[in-house]
Design a protein. Structure first.
Ligand code: ZN
Length: 183
């Protein structure tokens, strides 16, 4: 059993699943392949650990796409940018221009924009579904788009839930605890 989903900062690497602790340790990559109509077909946008070993990354090396494999598969070219390029106002502008260009699926870019630009979004990502179904929040914009106060509400709920669980589990590890919220 994994530990309780704890509140963390940073990002989860889309390749190895481990923590990308800060902007410097992250990398955003995607694949460009030849499309049917001459336009490049771009896909597979993801946030992973940066390859550069000098960027003090605790994750394993080699989270990025393997250029040789991707080229062999469907002549895909691996492209990418450092995660910090997507941060701040300049990063938001870059994301908006990429969304406008529509080279990558807008849904994937919008998700990346939320992950990088919206405080707390990544931290609540895995539990927000539970939080909504348990009525902790009702997203006032729409599903997947949360106000800061809603994100904070989910974080607070998750923290209370985690400490309640720890209190329950510590005295008797009987295995009879009611989980009820596994994913
Ligand atoms: Zn990784």
């Amino acid at each position: 059993m994994p530990r309780n989903k704890s509140i963390r900062s940073g990002w989860r690497c889309d390749s190895c699943g481990q923590l990308v602790p800060d902007l410097q340790a992250g990398w955003v990559e995607w694949l460009a392949a030849e499309g049917t109509s001459g336009r490049p077909k771009v896909s597979g946008l993801r946030l992973v650990h940066r390859r550069n070993p000098s960027a003090r990354s605790p994750g394993p090396c080699g989270c990025g796409y393997n250029p040789r494999d991707e080229f062999r598969k469907n002549r895909g070219i691996v492209e990418g940018l450092a995660l910090d390029r997507f941060a701040g106002p300049d990063g938001l502008m870059l994301l908006l221009s990429m969304i406008a260009e529509r080279e990558l699926p807008p849904q994937e870019l919008i998700e990346l924009a939320k992950r990088v630009q919206i405080p707390g979004y990544e931290a609540v990502y895995e539990m927000v579904h539970d939080a909504v179904s348990e009525g902790v929040i009702t997203p006032s914009i729409s599903a997947g788009f949360y106000l800061q106060c809603e994100i904070w509400e989910v974080l607070k709920w998750a923290k209370d839930r985690t400490s309640a669980k720890t209190r329950q589990l510590e005295p008797a590890l009987s295995g009879a605890c009611v989980a009820g919220n596994s994913k």
